[in-house]
Design a protein around this ligand. Sequence first.
Ligand SMILES: Nc1ncnc2c1ncn2[C@@H]1O[C@H](COP(=O)(O)OP(=O)(O)O)[C@@H](O)[C@H]1O
Ligand SMILES: [Mg+2]
Length: 281
Amino acid sequence: MICLEKVSVTYHPGSEAEVRALTDVDLTIDRGEFVAVVGANGSGKSTLAQLLNALLLPTAGRVWVDGMLTSDPRWLWEIRRRVGMVFQNPDNQLVATTVEEDVAFGPENLGVPPDEIARRVQEALAAVGMEAYRHRAPHHLSGGQKQRVAIAGVLAMRPDVIVLDEPTAMLDPRGRKDVLETVRRLHREAGITVVYITHFMDEAAAADRVVVLERGRVARDAAPRQVFGDRALLERAGLEEPPLVRLAGALRRRGVPVPEDFSGPDLEALVDLLCRLRSSA
Ligand SMILES: Nc1ncnc2c1ncn2[C@@H]1O[C@H](COP(=O)(O)OP(=O)(O)O)[C@@H](O)[C@H]1O
Ligand SMILES: [Mg+2]
């Protein structure tokens, strides 16, 4: 679905302000995957996100979306339609005066006929659980609700991939949970390919695969349990253990036999395990 081959990005090349943001990144994302991208501030996460729908072109190397080279101007609009983006600040993404106009904005720009737009708006709002708010003004919604409307706006374009760049960074815990659950459901039920950039390790632990960026390079690309079981890697990359992994470690140090490879993200899994241990004690 998406393929990066030896990609490097340098901002302001040749000037005094030159910054190398990504170096030799090879990455393949298959259709239907849920991939989390983590890394310290400045490790290149947002730069990577912008490469995926041709908002940014690599300085070296190549990026393909469904076989279309992002640097080929012929494919620009098709790539932008197929790869939808959701950013950190919901206030910068909502443009209209009502929720439904906002969701209709993308397909209108694509020239989709009005009855088809109405159908898509309905579907997209249902998919994020925001139908009841369709006539509301976006700026009156909570942060989490705004992000769900922003996601609906992307869904109305019928994308194959959604790239979310720290979509929960500005939200309260409730909003974070709603947004993550919405994204997980879209992935599970609609089969949408998800690239989820986050600095919350518990969110990353919910992905199928975690890509760790460290100073512009891919330091690890593996299952959550492999990434979060590697303390040396986390330390080097400036990342924390997910809270449940930390809790599992603390229990282990107190003598509770929690398996070494417990990686979360599921609170239920840990509770089950503790109950089983207790009943067998
Ligand atoms: N538009 C830009 N111009 C110059 N430097 C940039 C720009 N965007 C990002 N950078 C630099 O590139 C590096 C990677 O940034 P970024 O991709 O935003 O990382 P992250 O999202 O992981 O915090 C950082 O050193 C950052 O300062
Ligand atoms: Mg960023």
